[in-house]
Ligand binder design. Structure first.
Ligand code: PMP
Length: 406
């Protein structure tokens, strides 16, 4: 296997530290991944050499910043195989991308009696915007049920699909359960009844190559910080014909063509959706993250990630008193669980004392916690730099935690 995890880990300086006197074992990659030197250096290099505002064309630094900003957009286009950079809108992240679709496309296309389908396992970012919009338009938000193993009930989905459904907005990989949803089938079925499809790819983008043209979704959202890039930047992919027909989401500089007090005309794609000074360093950092990912053998990465995750799941299944929350046939990156007699928050704190970083709580996905009769879980989430030794440290940490709690 052409995958040297030690060499890879050496590219992530943050991993090489002690936390509470123990070597850091970072298992909170669902919240954010760490950044390799290439990303850190690209951001620092931009601020050291090229920092300027973009698209102003006034001087050399501005031209350089603009070129690098637009090169990064082209890197994203290639990374997700979009047809054109016009279909790649920079946003603050997944959350803003979903809000953009809700308050631009949704406000224009949804009315009383229409339905938006989401899964029962959505992050709040793919629930709340539709509820706010629903209060304004009368469109109804309807969840697709999830079975006891945390898998989407596809029979119920098919039953719910009728002419009232104008949009299916679905998470690609659940951040709480790790379930990989069958988005290909969902897109095909939704399109057959004339509904559009938005995919929340926040937890998918780091794990396998994406191809917008093959997938044929209408919108796809992701955040750079969950794919080894910086915080505060992400992408909305949208099909050109939809983006062209959509009104602006926010107004300001850059997104206009002409402005007068009589009226304003808007800029072309993608700038129509990018008002104000953009996160240039973030875009450049995203481009560097893509270069980093593309430099790896992605099949080998996927095999390594699957090996570590499967090892974690098999150890969890043998662990006394542990119940997995989400045990889908097809999962990626995430393992959620509860331990009999131990509150998740206490476990998180005791694991942290062992140097093991996990997330505890509802994972911004309260409805799916409620579905399982829980207020929260412990979540271990994995990235390409994690190892079986990290999994062993997690379970050794649980052993120790139990001695305090039980
Ligand atoms: N959707 C999912 C599935 C997520 O995991 C997250 C981040 N936890 C988000 C949306 C929101 O992403 P961001 O905070 O980067 O906007």
């Amino acid at each position: 296997m052409s995958f040297d995890v030690d060499a890879l880990r050496a590219q992530f300086p943050i991993l090489d530290q002690q936390v509470n006197g123990k070597p850091l074992v970072y298992l909170d990659n669902g919240a954010t991944t760490h950044k390799p030197n290439a990303v850190i250096d690209a951001i620092a290099g931009y601020y050291r050499h090229d920092n300027s505002n973009v698209h102003r064309g006034a001087h050399t630094l501005s031209d350089r910043a603009t070129a690098r900003f637009e090169q990064a957009r082209e890197s994203v286009r290639g990374f997700i195989n979009a047809r054109s950079t016009d279909e790649v809108i920079w946003t603050k992240g997944t959350t803003e991308a979903i809000n953009l679709v809700a308050f631009s496309w949704g406000r224009d296309n949804l009315k009383q009696g229409d339905r938006v389908l989401v899964s029962g396992m959505e992050h709040h970012a793919n629930i709340v915007p539709w509820q706010i919009l629903g209060a304004q338009t009368g469109a109804e938000l309807v969840p697709i049920p999830v079975d006891d193993r945390g898998q989407l009930d596809m029979v119920a989905f098919t039953d719910l699909l009728d002419e009232r459904v104008k949009l299916v907005s679905i998470v690609h990989v659940s951040n709480a359960l790790g379930t990989v949803n069958p988005v290909e089938a969902i897109i095909e079925q939704a399109h057959a009844v004339g509904a559009k499809v938005m995919i929340d790819g926040a937890q998918a983008v780091a794990h396998w190559p994406l191809d917008m043209q093959a997938l044929d979704c209408d919108f796809y959202a992701f955040s750079a910080h969950k794919m080894y890039g910086p915080m505060g930047i992400g992408v909305l992919y949208g099909k050109r014909e939809l983006l062209e027909a959509m009104p602006p989401f926010m107004g300001g500089g850059e997104m206009i063509e002409t402005v007068s007090f009589e009226g304003t005309t808007y800029n072309t794609l993608p700038f129509k959706f990018e008002p104000g000074t953009p996160n240039v360093a973030g875009a450049i950092g995203t481009g560097a993250a893509i270069e980093f990912i593309n430099s790896l053998d992605r099949d080998a990465v996927a095999a390594h990630e699957a090996d570590v995750l499967n090892y974690a799941v098999s150890r969890a299944k043998d662990y006394p008193g542990l119940t997995l929350v989400g045990d889908a046939d097809h999962r990626a990156g995430v393992m959620g669980f509860v331990l009999e007699g131990a509150h998740p928050a206490d476990l998180g704190m005791l694991l942290d004392q062992q140097g093991v970083a996990v997330r505890t709580g509802n994972h911004c996905a309260m409805p799916i916690m409620t579905r399982f009769g829980l207020t929260g879980t412990v979540r271990a989430s994995f990235a390409l730099y994690n190892t079986r030794a990290d999994v062993d440290a997690l379970f050794a940490g649980l052993d120790k935690a139990k001695t305090f709690l039980m």
